[in-house]
Design a protein around this ligand. Structure first.
Ligand code: PDD
Length: 281
């Protein structure tokens, strides 16, 4: 395997950044995960737009042109011969003696890109079975709209899910409403057949997959409500599912040990999953 690190393509085993990288010391950086399908990035443009927004939010200047970055992403995919899988991009504020203030003078941001193959059949098998989720208090900061590498609450929540025999944790805000998953956006289908997902304006990352699924839902003429929903509403829902670049739409069949609907993947989640790649760019 090959990784891109600050201008060089190096063997993955030797791909390192300095111990004083601010990503390492402060999680002072942002990232993107993009699906690779048939050798091509899915929704590259939207991922790049979100990257620019994340960098802007934490005041890191775009270190290279989007065209150059696109080339690096494609080249990393090509050098790893990835047909189906994922490409990971991380940009941190760079290497400087540890000090909370931004480095003066500015240092070049650190850019890392990795790509790996993933067997689509594995994801299909998971989706066919459906996943279990647990709910946990949302103890994250207010800027979860920034795709930062500061993911400790997400790591702890997802590990708690794993220990409980579940695959994802749904964060719940102080008013009892689900915000999102540790690495996914959260959705339900109500008893009336309405698709519900939280508005992107507060408490969640604006998932690219979420945006695409809203378009898919429209094409399928599903009724959509962008609003917050409670855990109680989710438990009583006909269906639940999660979306992300790595999950597409994956059905949720249990929440906190309680079956959702009849406890098997539902038709709406299945339809969205099946139609997703027709709408993704
Ligand atoms: N996670 N919410 C959170 C907290 C996420 O970390 C992610 C993505 C999403 C879904 O976003 P998108 O549809 O753009 O993938 C929502 C990536 C896949 C990860 O951290 O691995």
């Amino acid at each position: 395997r090959i990784a891109y690190v600050n201008g060089l393509y190096v063997p993955h085993a030797d791909a390192v950044v300095h111990v004083e990288d601010r990503g390492y010391q402060f999680a002072d950086g942002v990232y993107e995960v993009c699906e690779v399908r048939g050798g091509h990035m899915v929704d590259e443009r939207r991922h790049m737009e979100r990257l620019v927004r994340s960098l802007d939010a934490i005041h890191i200047a775009m270190p290279m042109s989007l065209a150059a970055l696109g080339f690096v992403l494609r080249e990393t995919i090509r050098r790893n011969r990835v047909r189906n899988g994922f490409v990971y991009l991380q940009i941190t504020r760079g290497v400087a003696r540890r000090d909370h203030y931004f480095p003066v003078p500015e240092v070049p941001p650190s850019i890392v890109v990795t790509a790996r193959a993933a067997d689509p059949a594995k994801g299909e098998a998971v989706a066919a079975q459906g996943i279990a989720v647990i709910t946990v208090p949302d103890n994250r900061w207010e800027r979860v709209d920034i795709k930062t590498t500061g993911l400790l609450p997400n790591v702890l929540a997802k590990e708690a899910a794993k220990q409980a025999g579940a695959r994802e944790a749904w964060f719940v805000d102080a008013s009892g409403h689900v915000t999102e998953g540790g690495s996914t956006n959260a959705w339900i289908v109500t008893g009336e057949g309405r698709l519900v997902t939280r508005p992107a304006e507060s408490g969640i990352l604006r998932g690219i997959t979420r945006t695409v699924m809203l378009e898919v839902a429209q094409k399928l003429q599903l009724r959509v409500e962008e609003r917050a929903f409670t855990v109680a509403e989710a438990l009583a829902a006909r269906e639940a599912f999660v979306t992300s670049a790595t999950n597409f739409a994956t059905p949720v069949v249990r929440i906190d040990g309680q079956a959702i609907g009849d406890g098997t993947p539902g038709p709406v989640a299945r339809a969205l999953r099946e139609n997703y790649h027709k709408s993704a760019e």
